[in-house]
Write a protein that binds this ligand. Structure first.
Ligand code: GSH
Length: 243
């Protein structure tokens, strides 16, 4: 029995390393976990990685020979394979799964685009960037207020318990300063960000691929490295119509 995790130090990547550490915290017996760092400077396009994920993006896992792609599908898969309160069983899973899909379809793409236009895209003028920046910036704030609305009803995104929906969403929201989405007008969201950050499983999960003293703060060198990789990925000239 083995579980291979292919990932990088990014919000989508941390979802999986956090999930694994949270499963350990929940007392789940996991198979041997082997974590492989994928360099987003080009390794995602290699034949070896495409054999695991033809979509050329991290994260991906291989569990007993079966490859699973898409971070939220991975969270659901691990939640079902290794039962715990992170993904309740039976009817109750329908309290959680829609919010996991909400993250995949909304928070990930919108925060990802906001971040790209804010930090990474350097083949467009400021004038060209103004409209998408406004659009994704406003939509990101709307999503933060949806999260705030949920947190007004219960302690976590999908109910009173911490679940895969919190893992997926938190990994993006925690980087609000990097994507320049101001969550500070929503104290419940800020409080949730801190409460989730304080969990030992989360602490270990987000340490993947990051020097210990840079877990919550980038050094100048790391900021430049993210900007280099992000700039390469976000440039229109890097997009190919064919594999
Ligand atoms: N919807 C995918 C998104 C994955 C994704 O965009 N991964 C980024 C890193 S956070 C990546 O691998 N980018 C490389 C590229 O686009 O070339 C998921 O949730 O797994």
């Amino acid at each position: 029995m083995s579980l291979d995790v292919y990932t990088a130090a990014t919000p989508n990547g941390w979802k999986v390393t956090v999930m694994i550490e949270e499963l350990r915290e929940a007392g789940v017996a996991l198979p041997d976990v082997r974590t492989h760092a994928v360099s987003l400077g080009g390794e995602q396009f290699s034949e070896a990685f495409m054999a695991i994920n033809p979509n050329q993006k991290i994260p991906a896992i291989v569990h007993d020979g079966r490859a699973i792609i898409e971070s939220c599908a991975i969270l659901q898969y691990l939640g079902e394979m290794f039962p715990s309160s992170l993904l309740p069983a039976g009817e109750q899973r329908w309290d959680v799964l829609p919010w996991l899909y909400w993250q995949a379809a909304n928070v990930g793409p919108v925060f990802g685009n906001k971040l790209s236009y804010t930090r990474y895209i350097n083949d467009a003028t400021d004038e060209q960037k103004a409209h998408p920046l406004e659009r994704f910036g406003k939509e990101a704030l709307r999503l933060v207020s949806v999260l705030d609305h949920q947190l007004g009803k219960h302690a976590f995104l999908a109910g009173d318990a911490f679940t895969v929906a919190d893992i997926a969403t938190w990994c993006w929201i925690r980087s609000y300063k990097w994507s320049k989405v101001d969550i500070t007008t929503k104290p419940r969201v800020v409080d949730w960000v801190h409460r989730v950050r304080a969990r030992p499983g989360v602490e270990r999960g987000i340490a993947f691929g990051v020097p210990k003293d840079e877990i919550d703060k980038f050094s100048k060198e790391r900021r430049e490295q993210y900007q280099r990789n992000g700039g390469g990925i976000a440039s229109n000239s890097a997009l190919k119509a064919d594999l």
